[in-house]
Design a protein around this ligand. Sequence first.
Ligand SMILES: [Zn+2]
Length: 137
Amino acid sequence: MKTKMKPKNMKCPYCGKTAVLRKASYVYKDRALEEYLYVCSGYPECDSYVGVHAGTFKPKGSLANGDLRHKRIETHKLFDAIWKNGIFTRADAYRWIQDIFCLNDSQAHIGQFSEYRCDCLMNECRKVLTNHHVKVA
Ligand SMILES: [Zn+2]
């Protein structure tokens, strides 16, 4: 547990300032679902942050602004629909992402994705879901 609890040095990709590990309530106020967030030190002028994996200080991906956070959530919904509907297993679905973008295991996470890559993955997910007659929004 000790090693997992070491905060990571991260920079904000938007303004270049250092990200600071903070209690999630700093951003979410009363609806803090996650324990900690890496928040841009320019927050709230720079609206950029990312959550951590439960019980660790390990970031879920890169810092993201509102648009990108929203896009990653939408992308995750479409992607999760693929394995939730049993088209691929969850593990195979992640391998499929790796194949599409030529990524390794640690890079193939929506939390690391840019808006452009989210768009590409959403298109690919829609194709797979449509081919398997799964209704998508
Ligand atoms: Zn920033």
